[in-house]
Design a protein around this ligand. Structure first.
Ligand code: SAH
Ligand code: SF4
Ligand code: F3S
Length: 443
């Protein structure tokens, strides 16, 4: 049978799609191998910023020497980057013989087998209809991590924020039926998964396209009560739709539903938020945060922030620094605005110069590092329940897990502790993670 290698870039939705492709191919008898031995290398790429796309372009270039010698491997470009620039990639590199956007993931296994049976051809699955969707059924039982899994609950996005490519590459917003999601969660829990993260670009508008009134809060409740999963997380939430019933459900189903929320603010200036088409003001964002913090003490609150959106003045940018000081987020995913062809913001003439964007980004990161360190230091001495779910990226004998509020904690522990719940006392803090010691072993 055929051999494949898979490389995933981008957000958790791409990781989930990658796991699903891997599961489907293995079910057909394919084997996963190193890139050097593969018949097909799948690059499941992202398009959110120019840098994300460039990563795939430069990876593609690496195949030239082997292709010259052996006419192998074929490269399949999938994911958002494929929908956006896959045609260009296939035109430029003869080894790119398969291109499939994220809305055609169901076409991948058959398509790859056809490709290997007819090596002269190139296959493009890029229906431009933003409503077209070919799903790949089945839970991602072949995963990067045995204890944690992602489950996408809604595809696409209809918000069309000025700067964002996602609605163009992932298409229209469609919620998956709750029965499918809950069944997938049960399958994963039965497969040993302890923590599930529900995914969508805007999870809290889940169900807005249903006629029966079933909401995201309903799904959270059913997920916590009816699937056997021990920890439930979700991302990403949109500030405009973060309704009190969600906060209430989180509080009622603690500790299964973890008190951690990613609520992207994107800018601290109402003028820029309007240009971005975000649909809320800073005052409305503040109201959502107050209701979250009053009902969920100890909640981890993270955000995304863009600096240098077209038209952003020095004053607008100062407002963004101010909201970082005001809300004191646990983590900020900050980015310099990157023009995406075809989006509204890319067409504006008042682009902020590159150097200015970089200077703003740098200042944001310095400020946020200080805030994160202060928050983390205040946690030294606290004890949290933690699922040890992976090896620490660096450091012999260290495992990692997350606090309920989603902060990474490193502890000294043997490999056989992987997949166990323990209680950890925080002993040290830096900007990005905590260190601790196990004070009580769990199961
Ligand atoms: N659905 C989420 C975000 C999805 S994209 C939301 O509404 O917030 C993930 C993050 O990438 C965004 O939050 C944004 O901060 C960043 N991003 C998206 N497009 C960008 C662009 N053109 N330039 C820079 N950052 C961008
Ligand atoms: Fe992009 Fe806005 Fe949709 Fe988020 S809500 S995916 S930023 S268009
Ligand atoms: Fe990237 Fe697509 Fe996710 S553009 S951030 S992989 S939705």
């Amino acid at each position: 049978m055929y051999r494949f290698a898979l490389k995933v870039y981008g957000c958790q939705m791409n990781v989930y799609d990658g796991d699903k492709m891997k599961t489907a191919l293995k079910e057909r008898g394919w084997t996963e191998t190193a890139e050097e031995e593969a018949d097909v290398v799948i690059l499941n790429g992202c398009s959110i910023r120019d840098k994300a796309e460039q990563k795939v372009w430069s990876d593609l270039g690496r195949f030239a020497p082997r292709w010259e010698k052996e006419r192998k491997p074929f490269v399949a470009v999938t994911g958002c980057v494929a929908q956006n620039v896959g045609r260009k990639m296939a035109a430029r590199f003869p080894w790119v013989r398969f291109v499939s956007g994220p809305r055609h993931i169901g076409a991948v296994p058959d398509g790859l087998e056809k490709l290997l049976a007819s090596p002269g051809e190139t296959f493009l699955f890029l229906d431009d209809d933003p409503r077209a969707f070919i799903d790949l059924p089945g839970a991602p039982v072949e995963r990067v991590n045995p204890w944690k899994a992602f489950v996408t609950i809604a595809h696409g996005c209809d918000n069309f924020c000025s700067y964002c490519i996602v609605p163009y590459v992932r298409g229209r917003f469609v919620s998956r039926p709750p029965e499918d999601i809950l069944e997938e969660m049960r399958t994963l829990a039965a497969d040993g998964v302890l923590e599930i993260t529900l995914l969508g670009q805007n999870v809290n508008s889940y169900g807005s396209d249903f006629s029966d009134g079933y909401t995201f809060a309903n799904l959270l409740r059913d997920g916590a009560l009816k699937t056997g999963v021990r920890l439930l997380r979700f991302a990403t939430s949109h500030p405009r739709d973060f309704t009190p019933d969600i906060v209430e459900t989180m509080a009622e189903h603690s500790p299964v539903i973890c008190p951690s929320i990613n609520l992207p603010i994107q800018s601290g200036s109402d003028r820029i938020l309007a240009l971005m088409n975000r649909g809320y003001t800073v005052a409305q964002y503040r109201t959502a945060v107050s209701s979250i913090r009053s009902r969920l003490p100890g909640v981890g609150l993270t955000t995304d922030l863009i600096v240098g959106h077209p038209g952003e003045t020095e004053d607008d940018y100062r407002e963004s620094l101010k909201v970082l000081e005001e809300f004191r987020f646990d983590l900020v995913h900050s980015a310099a605005y990157s023009p995406r062809e075809g989006t509204a913001a890319a067409r504006r003439e008042d682009q902020v110069p590159h150097r200015e964007k970089m200077a703003r980004l740098n200042e944001v990161n310095i400020l946020q590092s200080r805030i994160a360190r202060e928050i983390n230091e205040s946690l030294v001495g606290s004890v949290f329940p933690v699922l040890l779910d992976d090896f620490a990226p660096r450091g012999e004998g260290l495992l990692q897990g997350r606090t309920p509020s989603d902060k990474v904690v490193l502890v000294e522990a043997e490999e056989e502790m992987l997949g166990r719940f323990v209680r950890v006392e925080i002993t040290r803090a830096d900007n990005w993670c905590l260190s601790g010691r196990i004070v009580e072993n769990g199961k």
